[in-house]
Design a protein around this ligand. Structure first.
Ligand SMILES: C[S@@+](CC[C@H](N)C(=O)[O-])C[C@H]1O[C@@H](n2cnc3c(N)ncnc32)[C@H](O)[C@@H]1O
Length: 421
């Protein structure tokens, strides 16, 4: 375990420059490792969509009825990953008979302005999206307030993958305030931080007032983490702290900031469960979950079981993790059992008292087992049952989360109300 030593202040800039220049940032290395592993693509990207897409959909429809597209600011945009995300999400339960299902078709983007501190990232972004109309990338520093203050108002103030954790609490409060003051009523603000109570880093629990603490991107280089500059300081946020900032802002500015969503993402599967860099006892399940989603690969389901150790003084987080652990392990145990013999989840001891999200995961898996054998998908265990188990665990984690900061990421969606002054 590393101690929480903060290395260079410009560590983040160097780390991102190395990642981009070495080609590691965009490189697709298959579903088992790298930036775009299966957990990232099938869990983390999609869960952000579940949180944000319904609000984006509403925004797009409202602007569409005025004959307009939407204006987007992406803060700490990196190489423009946010634009890819926003245009990839689909409308939940879109009617089967309609051909289009994207929440934000590209022709409904009036403008996208990506802003980042790293020249290397910006260059990569310009390159990635050179053929997209209405897209621009510009340099700006989030630690100095809202860098796009001279632009006309945006409809969506967006960020993704913990960019806001790069700045400290007072810079965050200033940035949030300047965004709210820049926005018009009805605008949506999406924030994305590192969660303070992740099982990846119990050493940081309750350390919000310590400010910036070490983070490493060593997971990007599983074969040679030691040779790389990968450490930089980050701010880890709890749900309580975030809610307090939003409330404080409303009281100070007179502009209501409504929390529409506050959610934990990747409670048992964050990047650093696999590196064990900040927690030597955490279960290394990300690799196994990646394998669940891999075609023609069978996973040893026993490696997916988790064991959570409570930490004294953190009642809420302990209760959350213990409940999730029990439910998670029961789904895995059920599947292990169901592979050997037909067994109904309704016959499981304690069924009546299971939370609804657990009952739903178990029933879903039972249905998958029933239909799997009729599908011509090669190895149905590897290609049907295991990916569906991945989705069942993902949905279980997501439906049980409480936005406490108990995940690798803490994502908030806020709506700016009308100025009351
Ligand atoms: C984890 S990356 C996320 C990038 C992108 N949002 C994504 O989803 O892939 C964090 C980004 O924040 C940028 N960043 C760090 N500190 C910043 C600052 N003070 N001002 C602006 N951008 C910053 C980094 O250069 C990097 O591109």
């Amino acid at each position: 375990m590393v101690n929480a030593k903060v290395v260079l202040n410009d560590g983040a800039v160097t780390t991102y420059a190395n990642a981009v220049q070495g080609g590691h940032y965009s490189l697709y290395t298959g579903g088992l490792t790298g930036k775009h592993d299966n957990v990232r693509c099938y869990w983390e990207d999609q869960l952000r969509g579940s949180l944000i897409a319904p609000h984006l959909h509403r925004l797009v429809q409202a602007k569409g009825s005025q004959g307009r597209g939407i204006r987007i600011a992406d803060l700490g945009c990196g190489s423009g990953e946010g634009l890819r995300l926003l245009t990839s999400w689909t409308i939940d339960q879109a009617p089967m008979q309609i051909p289009g299902n994207h929440v934000l078709p590209t022709d409904l983007i009036e403008s996208y302005t990506g802003c980042d501190l790293s020249e290397d990232m910006l260059r990569e972004g310009r390159n990635n999206f050179c053929e997209w109309p209405a897209v621009e990338f510009c340099k700006g520093d989030l630690s100095q307030g809202f860098p796009l203050r001279n632009y006309p108002t945006f409809d969506l103030y967006f960020t993704s993958y913990s960019s806001f954790s790069h700045i400290d609490s007072s810079a965050m409060k200033r940035l949030f305030r300047e965004i709210v003051e820049h926005a018009r009523g009805g605008a949506i603000i999406v924030c994305d931080w590192l969660g303070q109570y992740s099982v990846e880093w119990p050493c940081y629990w309750g350390q919000g007032d310590k400010g910036m603490l070490d983070y490493s991107m060593s997971w990007l280089y599983p074969k040679s983490p030691a040779r790389r500059q990968t450490h930089f300081p980050m701010r880890y946020w709890s749900g309580l702290e975030v809610r307090a900032v939003a409330d404080e802002l409303t009281a100070e500015t007179g502009i209501p900031v409504r929390t529409l969503q506050l959610a934990d993402i990747s409670s048992f599967v964050g990047r650093h469960v696999q590196t064990r860099l900040y927690n030597p006892w955490v279960n290394m399940v990300r690799q196994g979950i990646n394998m669940l989603h891999e075609e023609n690969v069978r996973t040893d389901l026993n490696t997916l079981r988790v064991e959570f150790r409570s930490l004294s003084g953190f009642n809420e987080a302990n209760i959350f993790y213990n409940n999730l652990m029990r439910a998670w392990n029961l789904v895995i145990d059920y599947c292990l059992d169901r592979m050997k013999r037909p067994v109904s989840p309704l016959d499981m001891p304690g069924w009546q008292k299971f939370p609804v999200s657990l009952q739903s995961a178990l029933i879903t898996m039972e249905r998958v087992f029933q239909v799997a054998e009729c599908l011509k998908m090669g190895d149905v265990r590897a290609n049907v049952i295991e990916p569906q188990l991945g989705y069942a665990l993902r949905d279980l984690e997501f439906s049980m989360q409480e936005g406490l900061g108990c995940g690798h990421a803490l994502v908030g969606v806020f709506e700016v109300g009308q100025d009351q002054r």
